[in-house]
Design a protein around this ligand. Sequence first.
Ligand SMILES: C[S@@+](CC[C@H](N)C(=O)[O-])C[C@H]1O[C@@H](n2cnc3c(N)ncnc32)[C@H](O)[C@@H]1O
Length: 468
Amino acid sequence: MNNFPAFMKVRGRRVVLVGGGDAAVAKARLLIAAGADLAVIGADPAPAILDRAAAGELHAVARPFRAADVRGAALVIGASEDEALDARVAEAARKHGIPVNIVDRPDLSDFIVPSIVDRGAVTVAISSDGASPVLARRLREQIETLVPANLGRLAEFLRSFRGAVKAKIHSFDARRRLWEEVIDGPIARDVLAGRESKAREAMLSRINRPSEQPSSAGHVAIVGAGPGDPELLTVRAVRALQDADVVVHDRLVGDGVLDLIRRDAERIYVGKSMSNHSVPQDGINDLLVSQARAGKRVVRLKGGDPFVFGRGGEELDALRAAGIEASVVPGITAATGCAASIGMPLTHRDHASAVTFVTGHGVDGEPDIDWNALAGERHTLVVYMGLSRAASVAQKLIGAGRGPATPVAIVENGTRTDERVFAGTLATMPEIVKTARVGAPALIVIGEVAALADAARDVALRASAQAV
Ligand SMILES: C[S@@+](CC[C@H](N)C(=O)[O-])C[C@H]1O[C@@H](n2cnc3c(N)ncnc32)[C@H](O)[C@@H]1O
C-alpha cells in the first residue's frame, strides 16, 4: 500500500476547483454531494457548471485562475486539463500547505480521488495507486453489482439506534454481536426491502429484551485455509474469518488468507514446522478450549483441509471432550490445489483409476505404510511431507515393483505466487529434491498422471530436471 486511505470532511468548507470542462463537472458533482462550499474557477465554465451556480450549489468564478484563489481552501483540485495551468495550481496549493489533486497527474497530486461506489452513508473507495484506473473502474463495477442499492438507508437506520444500543448494552462484545445479529438477520432484510417501520419495531423489542443477549458460550470452527491462494478459500471459511474474535493459525496459512481476518480479531500464531513444534498439540488444544470457555468465537485456521494430515481430528476430539461446541469447515487440500494449479488430474480414465494420499512423516519418523499395496500401475500416489524422505520413498516403491521411469511431479509452494514445479521420474526424484533445493511446503506426486502437468511448463521443467 503506497497511500494512506482516508475520507475527508469537506461539508461547509471551501474547496477550490480549477477548470470548466467535463473533468471539472464530474468533480463538482461529487464535491457538491459531499457538502463542500465549492468555488469553480475558470474562464470558460461549461453550461452544467453555470446551471449548478444558478441553483446555488457552487460559486462559479468565470475568469482565469490566480494563485491567491487557493487561500482559505481545505482542498484544491485542478481539472483544467491544461498542463501549464495545472502546474501553477499545484504550486499555489503547495505554497499554502493545502492538499492538492490534479486530474490524471499523480506526480503533481498529494492525494488520489478514488473510484467510488456511493450508497449514501456507505461509500466504497477503490484505488489502484494510479497503476490502472481502468482496473479500478472494473472492480468498482463488480462491487456495484454486489452492494444493495439502498445500503445507505440501512446504514442510517443502524445509526439511528447507536445511542440506544450503547445506553442499554454495556459490553463492547455484546454490542458487536447484537449489531452482527441485526445486520445478518431479518431486521436488516426488512430495511433493505423498504419495510422500515416493521424493522424499527423489531429493533426496539430486541434492544429491550436483555434475556436475548447472546449467551457467553464460545464456539470453535476448525477451518481449512486451502493451500495458500486466498481465492481458494470457501465462502464459509471467509465468513468464519470475518466473524471470529480469535484466530489461532499456523505456518502453512498464507498472508493473503490472514488479510481476510476481521481487523480487530486477535491472532494467535502457533506455528509449526516439521521439526520445530513451537506450540505442542496439547498446548493448542488447551488454548482452543480456554478461548472458547471465555465466550469467544474461535477460528482454528489450518493449511489445506483440517482433516487431511492436519490433526484436525485430534483438535475436534479435545473440544468435544471439553464440551465445547465445534464445527469444521473443509478446505482445499494441497493435493487437489496443486493438481489444479499445474493442470494435472489426479485420476484419469486413461492413466490412473485410484489416488492415495500418504504422509512421508510418521509419528516417530518413518511412516507405517504398506508400499507393496501402493506400487501398482495406474495408481497416483500423493506424498505429503515427503521431502526429507524422498530417497527412501523412491527406494521402497521401486523395491515394491513400481517402475523407476514412473513420472513424478514435485510442487513447491503450490497455488502461491512463488510456486515452483519440477518434473522427473521415480529414479531421479531424490536427486531433483536435493539439487533444486526444493523447500517446504512441497508435495510429491508419483504416477502416470504426473506426465500430464501443464504442457508448456512441463517442457521447461523437464529441461531443468535433465540438467540435474
Ligand atoms: C501438515 S501437512 C498439512 C496438509 C494440509 N492439511 C492439507 O490438506 O493440505 C503439510 C504438508 O502439506 C503439503 N502442503 C501444504 N501446502 C502446500 C502447498 N501450498 N504446496 C505444496 N505442498 C503443500 C506439504 O507436503 C506439507 O509438508
